[in-house]
Design a protein around this ligand. Structure first.
Ligand code: SF4
Ligand code: MG
Length: 335
């Protein structure tokens, strides 16, 4: 498989009152052409920072790339000036968010905003942009697209606006679509429809998808590969099959348990792992998961585990191998 996106040892810092905080550290991942990769982890794990770094949106949020590279189809995105990035955004890579109002400006009609993307990237004149926008709205399942073109974002329902945002993201046929929790705010039925739509569009537009979710059920359904993040680092990277049949990292195990927890009680805590993710200003020494890990040893408190190949997947845990040998994986019992 040809790689489309290659992130290597990416570190990102944010300026804060306490000084520079590292939001992600040494993150490496790849996405092949036509592949869907899911980034999973609790909020605060660095998923959104990773994806916004690809779009270089962190530049607008006091963030800066402190190290590493992000290659997308021949360009190192960490080195490009904003002017050149603007030309790539929309055309080579596009993003959809949890909150569609973040993508739309409330004072312009939905149609104008989609047309603007097409015109700015010189993909057509006004007439062509209008026609393409109508076509895209129709394709994402919006009835009476000509009428919807003239509506303002506030006049559409959440699910409808989500579809319109996807249409806008696809306006210039990006090779990479980044979707950050695209369905979290929607009810379950519409959520399923939107995910199905993304899958169809991926094949139709020949795209790769980087999908960010905290929902392992969605990851199971959508992903070819899953990347698990914790406290700004990648802790496991595996195919869906590998991850669900034999999760190696104790954190991944906890995440998988959260599916059953959520199904039985949607209002209950999202994660079955005791404790909370540490703040960036106060990261524990050694393995960042050690304060919450039932398998932590003295070594874990002192030395930070490297991401390494264990049983054909990457995992960052000193004890992953012995843990897997010792215990059969069972989603319900134990840890
Ligand atoms: Fe747990 Fe130690 Fe593995 Fe970290 S390195 S996940 S603390 S066993
Ligand atoms: Mg997020």
């Amino acid at each position: 498989m040809k790689q489309l996106l290659e992130i290597t040892n990416l570190s990102v810092e944010f300026a804060s009152k306490q000084g520079a905080l590292k939001a992600i550290e040494d993150v490496s991942l790849t996405i092949g052409e036509g592949e869907t990769v899911c980034l999973v982890g609790e909020s605060g794990s660095g998923k959104s920072v990773t994806s916004k770094s690809v779009m270089r949106l962190i530049d607008y949020e006091n963030g800066k790339i402190a190290g590493g590279s992000i290659w997308l189809d021949g360009d190192d995105l960490t080195r490009l000036p904003q002017k050149e990035l603007r030309a790539l955004r929309g055309k080579k890579m596009a993003m959809v968010f949890q909150e569609p109002m973040a993508a739309f400006d409330p004072v312009f009609t939905v149609g104008i905003q989609i047309m603007e993307v097409i015109i700015q990237h010189k993909q057509g004149n006004r007439q062509q942009a209008w026609e393409r926008a109508v076509h895209l709205l129709q394709r994402v399942g919006i009835p009476e697209p000509e009428i919807r073109m003239k509506q303002y974002p506030g006049e559409m329902s959440g699910g409808m606006l989500q579809r319109a945002m996807i249409a806008m993201a696809l306006a210039c046929g990006p090779q990479l679509l980044i979707a950050d929790e695209p369905t979290t705010a929607l009810d379950v039925t519409i959520q399923a429809q939107i995910l199905h739509l993304l899958q169809e569009l991926k094949a139709e537009f020949n795209m790769s998808i980087l999908l960010i979710t905290h929902d392992m059920g969605i990851a199971a359904e959508m992903a070819d590969r899953i990347i698990v993040m914790y406290a700004g680092q990648v802790v496991e990277q595996a195919t869906v099959q590998q991850l669900f049949t034999k999760p190696h990292h104790p954190y991944t195990r906890g995440l998988l348990r959260s599916i059953t927890t959520m199904e039985s009680d949607r209002s209950s805590r999202l994660f079955s792992i005791e404790g909370t993710i540490p703040p960036l200003s106060d990261l524990p020494a050694g393995c960042r998961f050690h304060p919450r890990c039932p398998y932590a040893t003295e070594r874990c408190e002192q030395e930070s585990p490297l991401l390494q190949l264990v049983n054909e997947r990457l995992t960052a845990c000193w004890h992953a191998e012995e843990l897997v040998q010792r215990e059969e994986w069972q989603p319900q019992a134990g840890t």
